[in-house]
Every structure is written in C-alpha cells, then in structure tokens.
Design a protein around this ligand. Structure first.
Ligand code: C5P
Length: 231
C-alpha cells in the first residue's frame, strides 16, 4: 500500500457504466485501475473449470487465494486478462460468468481471500477502484468515493448496447432479468452488500450521457483530491 497515492472509488450496480468511467478516469489522470469484478469473475471461472460447486466455500476460497491471474495493461488503459497463462477476457465478460461471480462473491471467506490482492493495486501515482465495496470495505479512506446509479431499464439498455458493439447478440429482456437477479443478490448478501459508502457522492446517471458522467467525476476528483485544474 502507498499512503501517498490518492484513491477514487467507484461503486454501483451492474450495467451502470462504472467500467467505462473508471477506464476513462484512470487514463485521463494517469492512475492505475482496479477492476475488482474481474477478480470475482476469474475466481468463478477457475472454480467452474475445476468442477467445484460454487457454494463450496472452502474449495472456492482456495481457488481465490491461489488465483494465477495477470492483468496486462496496454496503451490506452485496456488490460488483457490472463488465467493460468491464457487470455480469458471474452469468456469473463459473459452474463453467465457475471452470475457465477455474484454467487462466489456472496461467500465471506472468498471476499477475505481477495482483499489484500485488491489493496495491492494501490500504487503511485493513484488508483481508480471499480466495484461494489470499494468505498465501504476495500478503501474506506479513499479521497473521493462515487456511487453510480441508474434505473434498471437504463442499465439493461446500456449493457445491451455494450454487448451489441462487441458483436454479442443478447435479448434485452433476458439481460434485464439477469441484471435484476444479480443486483438483488449483491444488495441482500450479508458480506459487504452493495450500498453507498459513508461520505459517497451518489450520482443518478439515468438521464446523463457517458460524457456528462465522466466530466462530473473528473470535476469532483480535481476538487476533492486537490489535483491540478488542467488534468
Ligand atoms: O463488476 P462486475 O459485473 O464485473 O462484477 C461481477 C460480480 O462480482 C458482481 O455482480 C458482484 O457480485 C461481484 N463483485 C463484488 N464486489 C466487487 C466487485 C464485484 O461482490 N468489489
């Protein structure tokens, strides 16, 4: 950990646009980016590959603790994600993997096993941390905590658009149902439930474009972290 490096946490439900904002913000500020959801997705994928039941807390925790994952950052802030040495990016982004991730993420021992690994991303010159409990649990002392929301319909629409752009065909209705189920599990679990951190700026982005979301977040980062105004 590096106590001098500023941290911006971005939490919120599925499909709200956290990933797009965090990638943009990290790129703009030259900060590191933690995609914490990818760690839960990787854990779920590795557990499934080992034929483990996703409720097997001890087994899945062992997988999380020994996760052979690598984030290879490329120019432009994009990261290639490797599991056991092979690229798994597209497989990781499927809703099936997201749903499996949300099941393993409800297990307290799995969360504990991934905690230090997430904090290890905290380095100079700063970090943008994307997830569900970044402001509440992982970086409670962050200089800026954002919590993004948007209506369920708008989030399903955004996820649908994102998948279409990647050439993935998905039904809007199925996506809306999957997102609603995943959110309910993330909000209702006992371990680190999805909720705004104390002191978080809650931004309802339902009627905002992604450009407006990014500009608002950047203005808050400049003001709260004391960054130069020309960032
Ligand atoms: O953000 P993403 O959709 O990739 O996350 C997948 C799942 O991982 C979420 O639905 C949530 O259950 C879990 N997660 C979590 N805590 C985080 C990040 C993700 O519980 N910090």
């Amino acid at each position: 950990m590096n106590i001098l490096a500023p941290v911006i946490t971005v939490d919120g439900p599925s499909g709200v646009g956290k990933g797009t904002l965090c990638r943009w913000l990290a790129n703009r500020l030259g900060f590191h980016w933690l995609d914490s959801g990818a760690l839960y997705r990787l854990t779920a994928l590795a557990a499934l590959r080992r034929n483990l039941a996703l409720e097997n807390e001890a087994g899945v925790t062992a997988v999380a603790a020994g996760l052979a994952a690598e984030f290879v950052t490329e120019t432009g802030g994009a990261a290639r994600i490797l599991l056991d040495g092979a690229e798994v990016g597209p497989e990781l982004r499927t809703e099936t993997c997201g749903a499996a991730a949300s099941r393993v993420a409800a297990l307290p021992m799995v969360r504990a096993a991934l905690l230090q690994r997430q904090r290890d991303f905290w380095r100079l010159p700063g970090l943008v941390a994307d997830g569900r409990d970044m402001g509440t649990v992982v970086f409670p002392d962050a200089g800026l905590k954002l919590f993004l929301t948007a209506s369920a319909e708008e989030r399903a629409r955004r996820r649908h658009k994102q998948l279409s752009e990647q050439g993935v065909n998905a039904s809007l209705k199925d996506l809306a149902d999957e997102i609603a189920e995943r959110d309910a599990r993330d909000r209702q679990r006992a371990a680190a439930p999805l909720r705004p951190a104390v002191g978080a700026e809650v931004l309802d982005t339902t009627h905002w474009s992604i450009v407006e979301v990014c500009e608002r977040a950047l203005a808050l980062a400049i003001a709260r972290l004391g960054l130069p105004g020309n960032c």
